[in-house]
Design a protein around this ligand. Sequence first.
Ligand code: FES
Length: 184
Amino acid sequence: MAESKAAEATLDKGEAEVKKDRRELLKSIPWLGIAWGALAAAVGGLLTGILRFLYPNVLFEPPQTFKIGLPEEYQVGEVATQWKDRYGVWVVRNDEGFYALITVCTHLGCTPNWLSSENKYKCPCHGSGFYKNGINFEGPAPRPLERAAIVLAEDGQIVVDKSRKFLYERGGWDDPSSFLLYTA
Ligand code: FES
């Protein structure tokens, strides 16, 4: 009898411990969830970092130096507008040769339009106007348009280099690289 009572007591004690363990486990479940969530977030962040490293954001900018064809493809007296969207230049041919104007307004950087009927570049933002040669004459633009370097390549094509800019007010238009002599 005494033995069975002792066995019962041991059993009760064991059950109580199991219940206690279960309660402890249930109490810790929310913390487990949070811990798993934190771990998942950390792994996610790490994977995102690795992917960004493997596939970095690349800004595709148009090249600064480019060929624009043969001189004979341009008419004397005309402003060639076909390179405006692609390279951001107007190419002008006059009796003496070529120059390339950068299509950025010198007021606040908008893109003017060439208006052939009015023989001028007109900025749509605040109304600045520039003569065909790039000199400003109306509106708030404080200075002429800038020119890019222009040369003839060995294959006979015209090459424009926008990384070299020539500013009228600094005497840059007197630099031989700002103008391509061509009279053929
Ligand atoms: Fe061209 Fe202001 S940005 S006039």
